[in-house]
Design a protein around this ligand. Structure first.
Ligand code: 13P
Ligand code: SF4
Length: 309
């Protein structure tokens, strides 16, 4: 390696040495997405991790995604650039809370959004992502009471789509999507009258009601790229702009800032940087380590989800 190698060169060299794969969520900074072997939504990345046959999975996303990768492919080493890359949804719902709910309502099937800790997944009957949540709930008998956790907006969206009456919904929220104000979306629609609106289902119901399309990060990107329209307002984290611009450079994409920070970036996802990615490949730290019992218990509801068509 030359004395002053760029961080990118170092990452590429370490990746080969470590027989590593780089998986990146759409919310990662562009430089990380450029280097990744796979960029995707949480479902696509879980599938990519499951089938990887090398040694190291460098997971550029948030911790719960890396835990899922480890549970699905336990003999690989899984590292994350920054161990503090959590998620407000994970933090809103603890395993003791879910255990207490189950004790009180033992007849409820627990459907967990993938944005949960592995301990919560292990207490769940089936997992879902924003891409397949409607299909997962539809796979459960209609008369079966359900607890959907932890995202209130995704839960209400799924309840509406499936027409399920007997569905309790946890009160967790995403600090990014839940603070996208409908009034700012209205203002954006007035400013760009021909633009279509594509939203992530973690957005508030008033935002979803104004949307032309609702789906996961990858589904939003595919819909905008394949749609004959050429101007869109995007109601999700602005990291998706990278794939949107790469795949449809002639189209216009507008992002609506949220209430907290006047941006549309996830503070957890953005903790990962190129330098931290290089360091985690070099030191294999921070590593996701989980007990075999926990991984086995969590694998069942995750695999149940993966089997839903
Ligand atoms: P996707 O499953 O759509 O990638 O969403 C993950 C996420 O954390 C959304 O905020
Ligand atoms: Fe969690 Fe929201 Fe960040 Fe997604 S955007 S990782 S749901 S805090």
């Amino acid at each position: 390696m030359p004395a002053v190698a760029s961080v990118v060169d170092e990452i590429l060299e370490l990746k080969q040495e470590r027989k590593a794969i780089l998986l990146a969520h759409h919310y990662q900074e562009s430089e990380i997405q450029e280097l990744a072997d796979s960029v995707g939504d949480s479902l696509e990345l879980a599938r990519a991790a499951q089938k990887f046959e090398g040694d190291v999975i460098a997971f550029c996303g948030v911790w719960f995604m890396a835990e899922t990768a480890k549970a699905l492919n336990p003999t690989r080493t899984v590292v994350v650039p920054d161990a503090k890359a959590s998620c407000s949804l994970v933090e809103s719902c603890t395993a003791p809370q879910v255990a207490a709910f189950k004790q009180k309502y033992p007849d409820h099937v627990v459907v967990s959004y993938i944005n949960t800790s592995l301990e919560v997944k292990a207490l769940s009957d089936i997992v879902c992502t924003s891409r397949n949540a409607v299909q997962v709930v539809n796979s459960i008998p209609a008369d079966q009471p359900i607890l959907f956790l932890p995202d209130i907006n995704l839960g209400n969206y799924v309840k509406k789509q499936t027409g399920r009456e007997n569905m309790r919904i946890w009160q967790g929220a995403c600090i990014v999507h839940a603070t996208f104000p409908a009034r700012r979306l209205s203002a954006a629609r007035s400013a760009y009258p021909g633009a279509l609106v594509a939203s992530h289902p973690e957005c508030p119901p008033e935002v979803l009601a104004m949307s032309d399309f609702i789906g996961s990060t990858s589904a939003i990107i595919d819909w905008c790229v394949n749609h004959p329209g050429d101007e869109f307002i995007i109601m999700t984290e602005s990291g998706v702009e990278h794939s949107l611009k790469r795949r449809a450079p002639w189209k216009k994409f507008h992002f609506v800032p949220n209430e907290n920070c006047n941006c549309s970036e996830c503070p957890y996802m953005r903790l990962n940087t190129l330098e931290k990615l290089r360091d985690c490949l070099r030191t294999l730290q921070p590593e996701v380590t989980l007990s075999p019992e926990l991984m086995e218990a969590a694998r069942r509801p995750i695999e149940r989800m993966l089997a839903v068509k």
